[in-house]
Ligand binder design. Structure first.
Ligand SMILES: [Zn+2]
Length: 212
């Protein structure tokens, strides 16, 4: 699988085999995404689907602008993040991160396309959906035979993996449980994280970081 990493001032989006976009960057980064897709030899119109790991400004903010720039593809996300993205529900005020998301939510334009709901065990174009809640309640990862797009389930920094800052997290206990479970299922896949460098042999590294 050919994977192109698009680093958007610290937040990654990815293009897999020129046809699958994983996450979509910030509201303002659509032109950078388009350039990266074109530099890799493709066009936004070649993208057949967008796999969204979770509803956060730096991962879904760019969707609507990308559509204006030529993206015409279904968007996949899991509940409740999918409904937040579709503008059909609002993040919960009782949760500090949810309240923050509500505040910035006005800055996330709703994409035109239908948001397709996925859940654990679904397969989308060769990627298995694996639920990884904690950072957000509807956070999912997408696993192929050799790659795992894990969004913000964990991050990489300076060669080690760890959790995202707790103030950016819905539920730190659940986030930790998710990371421990990922340690058991990632095996020798390379993990493509939302923040940081790709993590090779991710199962072993995640287990070392979060277990024991
Ligand atoms: Zn996030």
């Amino acid at each position: 699988m050919e994977i192109v990493r698009i680093d958007l001032l610290g937040t990654n989006a990815y293009v897999a085999d020129g046809e699958t976009l994983v996450d979509a960057g910030w509201t303002w980064s659509a032109s950078s995404v388009r350039e990266a897709v074109e530099d890799a030899g493709y066009a936004l119109g070649d993208i057949d689907r967008v796999l969204v790991t979770h509803y956060d400004l730096d991962h879904v903010g760019g969707l609507a602008s990308l559509e204006k720039a030529g993206l015409d593809a279904p968007v996949y996300a899991a509940e409740p993040d999918a409904s937040f993205l579709a503008g059909e529900a609002k993040p919960p005020l009782r949760n500090a991160k949810g309240a923050f998301q509500r505040a910035v939510g006005v800055g996330i334009p709703t994409p035109e396309t239908q948001v397709e709901r996925v859940e654990e065990g679904d397969e989308v174009a060769g990627f298995e959906v694996y639920e990884t809640p904690g950072h957000t309640p509807g956070h999912v990862s997408y696993l192929s035979d050799e790659a795992a797009f894990v969004g913000d389930a964990f991050r990489e920094s300076g060669g080690t993996v760890g959790t995202m800052p707790s103030y950016m997290c819905y539920d730190t206990t659940e986030e930790r449980r998710t990371a421990e479970q990922l340690g058991e299922v990632l095996n020798d896949r390379t993990a493509y994280v939302g923040h940081g460098e790709p993590v090779e042999n991710a199962g072993e590294k995640v287990r070392a970081a979060f277990q024991g």
